[in-house]
Design a protein around this ligand. Structure first.
Ligand code: ADP
Length: 393
């Protein structure tokens, strides 16, 4: 048997969704799980419960894997460098991953590449934060460079008087201050790159955030000018190339019609990403299969779309605590919707699954959105759940 073993650090839904692709292609997935019942454990060939912050446990986990990759970006860089020094095949490598782990490192790299950043600076006190705001104009956005996700670690400050709220964030380290960007919508560019340097991009998508959490994705982004889509796609591929990224990377962006480039980079994620879940049903090659191909340095799959438009709608924990009880109604209501469940207990606001809807011949965007949203609402709130869309999104 020459089929490879892929070690995935972290047992969340991203590791779980790599499993069908691994099974299909005959690869073995081995997960370093945070606990015995995290999302991926039930889906993969084998798992070990262990601490990704322990070099000893990472080393033991890496024995026998052909490549080590990730469900999240939290493994400390020094541990990854130690594994690399041991000869472990870490993909993406620590040098690339640093840009997804630290937003200040990322901002510097985007400047170096001459790509559009919001105005930004490093600040280490409320006084420096106020000076930054006074220089570039209020409001400003303050971010913890490391460890933030789903809007945690992001604070919007309206004026100097407002900055007292930020005092507790200054605990000795440097924070990232950014101009609050006046964007028309948020976009995401998803690409994959192999260690040999081949790469492919999926179409640029519109990602709709609610309270800092990805809520819905429209793929491709409606009415995005073709030249802007091309520029953004090329920028994402260039970032992947120049930073030596391998596997899937998402570049989160702001569309800024008033600026010269028409967009700005928000942040980088180096793993399959929520804004790429639509590819599971809406593209020839889904992001999870592509990630496995990429980290194994195999030829990448086609990123062509399977419908005019695909909509992905997340469902978070809501009033329905028994997810499966809603399946008969949801499946009957929308036979063309594709439900994905992460095997997680329902807790309010927790990401527990998503729904994909791919346009059937001739269907409009609003029909496809309604299908995804209605299905997600039934799952979230039970069979009486409302499916009202906020019109401003
Ligand atoms: P996280 O790491 O939690 O995903 P982000 O940096 O992506 O954090 O910020 C979360 C959300 O906050 C973004 O999706 C966007 O809506 C908003 N945001 C972040 N930075 C800015 C900014 N400079 N200007 C305006 N809004 C921002």
């Amino acid at each position: 048997m020459t089929f490879p073993v892929i070690g995935v650090v972290g047992g969340g839904q991203l590791a779980r969704m790599m499993a069908p692709a691994a099974v299909q292609l005959g690869f073995t997935l081995h997960v370093l799980a945070e606990g015995p019942d995290v999302s991926a454990v039930a889906a993969v060939a084998s798992s070990t419960v262990g601490d990704y912050r322990s070099l000893e446990e990472l080393r033991a986990f890496a024995v026998g894997v052909d490549v080590l990759t990730f469900d999240h970006e939290h493994v400390p860089g020094e541990l990854l460098r130690a594994l690399e020094a041991d000869g472990v095949n870490v993909q993406p490598p620590s040098s690339a991953l640093a840009h997804a782990q630290d937003k200040i490192v990322m901002r510097r790299a985007i400047d170096r590449l001459g790509l559009p950043n919001p105005e930004w600076d490093e600040v280490s006190s409320v006084t420096e934060l106020c000076a930054f705001g006074d220089r570039i104009g209020w409001p400003v956005v303050l971010k913890t460079p490391r460890g933030g996700y789903d809007g945690k670690g992001v604070m919007i400050l309206d004026s100097p008087a407002d900055t007292s709220r930020a005092a507790s964030w200054f605990t000795g380290g440097t924070l990232l201050a950014e101009a609050k960007v006046d964007f028309s919508r948020e976009l995401s560019a998803l690409v994959a790159r192999t260690p040999s340097g081949s790469s492919r991009a999926w179409p640029v998508v519109h990602s709709i955030q609610v309270d800092g959490v990805c809520d819905e994705v429209i793929a491709p982004a409606a009415d995005l000018p073709a030249d802007l889509a091309t520029t953004i796609g090329s920028a994402a591929l260039r970032i992947a190339d120049e930073l030596g990224v391998t596997g899937v990377m998402a570049v989160e962006l702001f569309q800024t019609p008033g600026t010269e480039a028409g967009f700005m980079v928000n942040e980088l994620a180096m793993r399959p990403h929520n804004s790429g879940h639509w590819t599971m049903d809406g593209a020839v090659t889904g992001q999870f299969e592509q990630h496995l191909r990429a980290v194994l340095d195999l030829p990448l799959g086609s990123t062509a779309t399977l419908g005019e438009v695909t909509v992905m709608k997340n469902y978070l924990g809501g009033s329905n605590v028994d997810l499966y009880s809603a399946y008969p109604v949801a499946l009957a209501a929308e036979p063309a919707a594709k439900i994905h469940a992460y095997g997680k207990d329902v807790r309010p606001g927790r990401k527990i699954g998503h729904v994909n809807a791919v346009a059937l011949a001739g269907e409009s965007l609003s029909t496809v959105r309604d299908r995804a949203e209605r299905t997600a609402a039934i799952l979230r709130d039970g069979q009486d759940g409302p499916a009202m869309r906020k019109e401003n999104t």
